[in-house]
Ligand binder design. Sequence first.
Ligand code: GLP
Length: 240
Amino acid sequence: MKFIVYKTIVEASKKAAEIILKTIKVKHGQCNLGLATGSSPVLTYQYLVDDYRKNSTSWADVRTFNLDEYAGLDSSNHASYHYFMNQHLFSKLDINLQHTYFPSADDNYDEKIAKIGGIDLQLLGVGVNGHIGFNEPGSSFNSLTRVVDLTPSTIAVNAAKFFNNQIDRVPKRAYSMGIKSIMAAKKIVLLAFGKTKTAAIQKLKFCQSYNSDFPVSALSLHSDVTVILDQEANGNGNDL
Ligand code: GLP
């Protein structure tokens, strides 16, 4: 795992957007991106939109596969990840909405991804308890896309961030790519910002094997992972 630390989220997000754009260019626009929601990728998406406006990088042949989605929220619900992606990225690019996929109850997501050649780059955030996607502690290393129960701590964190603190509005279940689905990506970029992530990042730095109590530890076994941090998430270490 390569760790890169920036002073601010702005610089860190610019770097993440650069890596994504490079992947699109190398594949001549025909690439498959695994995308994340949450607060961590918001600025990265803004830089991708800026690039589209300035440089007209085409997303017409890009396919996107979102990591997760709440069960029971449809795409018109403002808290759904469909809505988030449309608002922050898809509606601002020339992407074909038919090529934007989300896990759901009614298809074999992993097979669909494999059939189109796998994910070239997977963008990830991390939960304070070390979850990736909605793979909560206890997730198997061999897990594929499935319906999962959210932990009380994740429900509480997401209620505060995205549901106006109304904990009863947060769905208790979600569809999520599994650890095995994520590990199948050719390249992984993990974003972590702010001091709520410091403990998880410190722990990740010492991981050498998979510990199901700390799902992000799986990344220590992947050959191409870049972890992009701001100083706070790094525990105020040296910036590069
Ligand atoms: C959420 C999402 C994840 C996200 C993570 C971190 O629960 N299911 O996909 O990466 O937690 O979120 P944030 O970036 O808001 O800190």
